[in-house]
Design a protein around this ligand. Structure first.
Ligand SMILES: [Zn+2]
Length: 353
């Protein structure tokens, strides 16, 4: 709840804006209403608008223009405008792919040394416009933009701090990767080349309060070697070398998890052989992407049985390989043969008596 009193209203009037949009998150004092009326500022109640939808009062952290000239220049540059458009487009894709529910998810990218562009809080990522984005520093202090920055920016900042290669970060709550997040299972490797090369091992970070310094610490540790991290009981955070690349990691991660979940309803299970894994990792190293397995020998790469990982260790009553139609038809005649042999022996024994 944000209280708009006479003082806040006067500050707002000074920005020159002629419309004050608010919703039930705002409480306007009668004095504030008088100030708006006298100044000819129209009050617009917009229920769908999130809490910070109204232009921020001058002097508040979310004031429209950036404080310093350099920041203002950066904020209004064509490069920033281009990145804002890219972030809105990736938000639209995340929403279309059902990766973000309600107002969930957030995207950011680097703008310059200690300057970042990020999405606002309280808005569907599928319907953002460039004017909604925010500029912040590495400590999350908002420097420009009329909307309040995402509350989860510090998880993004942790990646920028620990991983100089990260240009952009995306966070969402996609359902298939989310299934792994709520089961506390790290998706196993060795199943699909696309993931091995373009994402690598998906890391798993235990649950910490969203946006907290503890969450940031967990992300900080894992980001240099993992471009995709499942956050326990929460969602996924990915980084990339461009805004679209960060989004791609999200898409590949969720697709991979979706395939595993569907595959579990089928019998059997195979994995990429050791040599295949070595080849994929060589290819990946050539592209210059990070991976924590470059030092492993082929045999070590094949040590993980992906299907045992998914089904074996978390109370699954039927190991995936338990039902194998091929071996079932092979063993059945053998058992039958043994039975026939045993019966024949019995009969012969009885006959000879
Ligand atoms: Zn989240």
């Amino acid at each position: 709840m944000k209280l708009i009193a006479q003082k806040e209203a006067q500050d707002f009037v000074q920005t020159g804006a002629k419309e004050f949009r608010y919703n039930r998150e705002f409480r306007l004092t009668p004095g504030a209403k008088d100030v708006f009326t006298e100044a000819g500022v129209k009050l617009v109640f917009d229920e769908g608008a999130p809490a910070p939808a109204a232009p921020a009062a001058a002097g508040s952290p979310a004031a429209v223009a950036a404080g310093s000239t350099d920041d203002d220049k950066l904020w209004r540059s064509p490069e920033t405008a281009n990145l804002k458009a890219q972030i809105c487009e990736m938000g639209r894709r995340m929403w279309i792919r059902e990766y973000c529910d309600g107002n969930g998810g957030n995207i950011s990218c680097r703008l310059g040394p200690d300057r970042f562009l990020c999405t606002p809080t309280g808005v569907s990522k599928g319907f953002m416009t460039p004017d909604m984005l925010c500029m912040v520093d590495g400590n999350g202090k908002q420097l420009a933009g009329t909307w309040k920055r995402t509350s989860e920016f510090m998880s993004h900042a942790a990646i920028y701090k620990s991983t100089p290669d990260a240009f952009s970060v995306a966070h969402a709550h996609p359902c298939y990767a989310g299934a792994f997040a709520v089961k506390g299972i790290q998706p196993p490797p060795r199943l699909i080349p696309e993931l091995e090369v373009f994402v690598g091992t998906i890391a798993y970070a235990p649950y910490m309060h969203p946006g907290s310094p503890e969450m940031a610490d967990e992300i900080f540790k894992r980001a240099p070697q993992h471009q995709s991290i499942i956050m326990g009981n929460h969602g996924v955070i990915t980084w990339g070398k461009s805004v679209e690349d960060a989004y791609f990691k999200m898409e590949i991660t969720d697709s991979y998890c979706r395939t595993i979940i569907h595959a579990q309803s089928l019998p059997g299970g195979v994995a990429i052989p050791a040599e295949g894994m070595s080849e994929l990792l060589k290819l990946k190293q050539g592209i210059g992407l990070p991976d924590d397995r470059y030092d492993l020998k082929p045999a070590q790469l094949a040590e993980v049985d992906p299907w045992a990982e998914v089904c074996g260790q978390h109370g699954c009553s039927s190991p995936v390989n338990a039902w194998n139609p091929q071996s079932a038809t092979e063993t059945a005649p053998a058992e039958l043969e043994a039975l026939v042999k045993k019966l024949t022996e019995e009969i012969l024994k009885n006959l000879s008596k």
